[in-house]
Write a protein that binds this ligand. Structure first.
Ligand code: HEC
Ligand code: HEC
Ligand code: HEC
Ligand code: HEC
Length: 661
């Protein structure tokens, strides 16, 4: 007997074991991905609320605040590519005004690096070569800084390359003082420092790069004579230095009376004697706050980086400014051209005889790979930009489409390029026209290296990617040709945008009803993590058949009863979002009975619904159903669409494959 039990246990282990192991290792993979992304996305900064609390414990009379940014490179706001991003002009404005509201006088400075330049551009006279879009970003940044009340703007090299006129322009257009390396630097009035009285203290800011140029590794000799001149006029002296950390340390040793040496570069805060060495997060991710307290003649400085994450609201005026910027970009084709195409070191992309052809063209011969890809978030990457309203903005489009910046690649607004509005096959495998015409292993990129992914999965947009690329690869290397709905939702749900799930039905179509019965209990487990919409397939009557623009009329495959139930379900979804699923789940089993049965069972106001359903207003809202089905070309009930792409029936419909159409 014992033997049989053991044997039974053994057999069970053999049957269940591999399955259990698979589930365990999949859960482990997902956890590893999630945790790595979370850790990599973190920045070391203080929440604004905590900083405000700290301020409450200090006295405004004994404290001087210097709020600062640097190396913002005209970044207007975070891209929204991952969860927990910090930064953005509208949030910065809120943080600044909330600190000022506490009664602390402050000096607000930008330490330079406000041009959107690539590192190699930094060295040359290039501002003329930047695009019109970049110039507009710089102007928008300046306007925002003025709205925030910036006091000083340091403009060392290469901002001087804005050109003499532009520097003058900045000064006349904006109220802040410019500490600039103008090309008129030889003029005797040009001073390498500014002084401002803040509260009861005079603060001096010296910009080192304006003293001597060309000796990147040394402390300017002229500083000696300057220092006594400045110290005689100011209570607090701060040096802005773009030199290497070691040089800054020597500087601190040489001038122990300085309060701080501030660099716009990235680095670790340090203290040398009484002198604080501070750094910046680039791209305006944080707002720096240097606090100099003066207790009994002893000054002491501390520094904090303030996080600008989503808990910090947008300042409405700066938000309006950015909205104007986006409107301008959306309406001007000149501002929509690509500047730096990706894959510049890949051979296929540089071959001028080759061109992009679109993923549909590959489907014919590579159906399995296509099936897998079409359910991945790469296939819906452009839809993401449409959801957030940035589908015209080249700074986003580059990574969310195929071949942007190449003559045969995606172009904003071009009607003949919509087939490339996705991260298609050819982003990883290279342009494929030649291969499609003559399929060879030599005219397509067969081996896809992590470096190819990294063209788009850069740390600024996809933090931690490099550490988990091996764990992510199974989701793109076409080994999962039939992903489950769960796997699809899990991949799409990893980012900040909830997956948009739309189920298209006719409410009396038996296959649609079956689909609801199967799918809704599953989806209800994800209800907080998805945006679900039940959609209806109907036809709009022509004007000649009745119906007007104000009061449209419709026909439905299963007649008037179906039409009115469709309308009713739309109304229930609008008025009772929390009970909607319960109503539907009841309805699918009681379709032949009065709808009031289910409505009452789940606690809906029957009279209210009845009075709203049969009105021109409801029918008018119903027009959006027709528009959406036409937009996607959906005709069959049931059809499941996630993020604007149809999910193949095999993946979610069990055995029944028929549809009503
Ligand atoms: C042309 C740019 C581009 C390339 C190349 C690219 N990706 Fe992506 N990838 C994206 C974009 C954009 C998204 C986000 C899509 C969305 O949800 O809108 C994304 C999303 C993903 C996701 C889902 C989100 C996540 O990180 O969990 C995975 C997994 C992924 N990519 C893996 C890869 C791998 C592996 C490679 C290389 C074999 C690669 N990608 C190459 C642009 C790219
Ligand atoms: C350098 C390439 C790149 C650029 C430029 C880029 N993105 Fe992305 N984006 C990605 C990648 C890669 C992902 C996936 C990140 C991940 O999950 O790790 C992504 C993800 C996203 C997501 C999250 C999608 C989801 O399903 O949650 C949004 C939203 C997004 N990007 C919007 C934008 C916007 C808006 C811009 C322009 C301001 C932009 N992106 C610019 C590469 C880029
Ligand atoms: C995000 C990047 C990415 C995208 C997009 C992509 N692939 Fe791939 N593909 C890969 C990777 C990774 C491999 C495995 C190659 C390797 O071993 O280096 C691969 C392999 C292949 C292979 C070789 C045979 C195989 O299945 O392993 C074919 C064929 C292929 N892909 C076709 C396609 C087609 C067709 C599309 C579009 C429908 C597509 N790929 C989209 C990354 C991608
Ligand atoms: C007319 C059929 C056909 C079309 C269309 C086609 N391929 Fe292929 N593809 C093939 C054949 C056949 C091979 C195998 C070639 C060989 O090994 O000589 C292949 C091989 C590949 C490989 C693997 C190469 C390797 O090194 O192993 C990739 C990747 C690939 N195709 C991607 C694509 C992409 C992307 C497209 C669309 C742009 C596409 N294919 C369109 C037939 C096609």
């Amino acid at each position: 007997m014992k033997k049989y039990i053991l044997l039974l246990l053994f057999l069970t282990a053999i049957v269940v074991g591999p399955f259990a192991y698979q589930r365990w290792s999949e859960a482990k993979r997902l956890r590893h991905i999630r945790e790595t992304k979370q850790t990599a996305a973190q920045i070391h900064a203080t929440p604004l609320k905590d900083f405000q609390q700290q301020l409450e414990q200090t006295s405004p009379d004994q404290t001087v605040l210097v709020l600062f940014t640097g190396n913002t490179q005209a970044h207007l706001e975070p891209c929204g590519c991952f969860i927990g991003q910090s930064g953005g002009l509208p949030r910065r404005a809120t943080a600044i005004s909330s600190i000022r509201d506490k009664g602390f006088s402050s000096l607000l400075v930008d330490l330079g690096g406000f041009l959107p330049l690539e590192p190699e551009q930094m060295k040359s006279d290039v501002f003329d070569q930047t695009t019109e879009l970049d110039q507009l970003r710089v102007q928008t940044t300046f306007t925002a800084m003025e709205m925030m009340g910036y006091d000083m703007l340091v403009s060392s090299q290469p901002e001087a390359n804005l050109g003499e006129n532009s520097v003058d322009q900045v000064l006349t257009d904006h109220r802040f003082q410019l500490l600039a390396a103008s090309s008129k630097a030889s003029s005797p009035e040009q001073r390498p420092y500014l002084i401002k009285t803040v509260g009861s203290k005079r603060i001096a800011l010296i910009e080192l790069s304006l003293l001597e140029t060309g000796q990147a590794a040394s402390i300017p000799i002229k500083l000696d004579s300057l220092m006594s001149e400045v110290q005689a006029q100011a209570d607090v002296v701060i040096v802005s230095s773009h030199l290497q950390p070691e040089v800054n340390k020597r500087l601190a040793e040489k001038y122990p009376n300085l309060s701080a040496i501030m660099s716009r570069d990235t680095g670790e805060t340090e203290r040398v004697g009484n002198v604080l060495l501070t750094y910046c997060y680039p791209h305006g991710k944080t707002l720096g706050a240097l606090t100099v307290t003066d207790a009994a003649g002893e000054t002491a400085a501390t520094v904090e980086q303030i996080a600008l994450t989503e808990e910090v609201d947008d300042d409405p005026n700066v938000r309006k400014l950015l909205n104007n910027f986006y409107e301008q970009v959306a309406s001007d084709p000149q501002l929509q051209v690509a500047s730096h195409p990706l894959f510049s070191s890949e051979a296929l992309e540089q071959d001028s005889n080759n061109s992009y052809i679109g993923s549909e063209a590959c489907q014919e011969c590579h159906q399995e790979e296509f099936n897998q890809w079409s359910h991945s978030s790469h296939a819906t990457a452009f839809n993401t930009l449409q959801i957030v309203g940035r589908e015209y903005y080249s700074k986003c489009v580059s990574c969310h489409v195929t071949g942007f910046g190449y003559s045969s690649g995606y172009q904003v607004g071009a009607a003949d390029r919509t087939h490339l509005a996705e991260v298609g096959c050819e982003t990883c495998h290279g342009p494929g026209k030649q291969h499609t015409y003559t399929p060879l292993a030599t005219n397509i990129r067969g081996k896809v290296e992590a470096s190819t992914c990294m063209e788009c999965h850069q740390p600024e947009h996809s933090p931690g990617f490099e550490q988990i690329v091996a764990q992510l690869m199974p989701e793109v290397d076409h080994s999962r040709t039939d992903p489950s709905l769960k796997q699809i939702l899990e991949q799409r749900g990893r980012g900040p945008i909830k997956p948009q799930v739309e189920l298209f039905v006719m409410s009396y179509c038996p296959y649609g009803v079956d689909a609801e019965r199967e799918l809704l209990p599953f989806l209800s487990k994800y209800i907080d993590k998805i945006d679900f919409k039940l959609r209806f397939i109907v036809n709009k009557k022509e004007q000649s058949e009745g119906g007007t623009d104000e009061d449209p009329e419709f026909t439905s495959l299963h007649g008037e009863t179906e039409l009115i139930e469709n309308l009713r379900q739309m109304v229930v979804a609008e008025f009772y979002p929390d009970q909607f699923f319960d109503y539907l789940l009841c309805r699918v089993n009681h379709l032949k009975e009065a709808w009031t049965l289910c409505a009452e069972k789940v606690g809906l106001d029957v009279t209210k619904i009845a009075s709203v359903v049969d009105t021109p207003q409801a029918r008018h809202r119903f027009l959006q159903e027709v528009e959406r089905t036409e937009e996607l070309g959906v005709r069959a009930s049931p059809t499941l669409v996630i993020d604007g792409r149809v999910i193949r029936g095999q993946l979610w419909r069990g055995k029944v494959r028929e549809t009503c159409q």
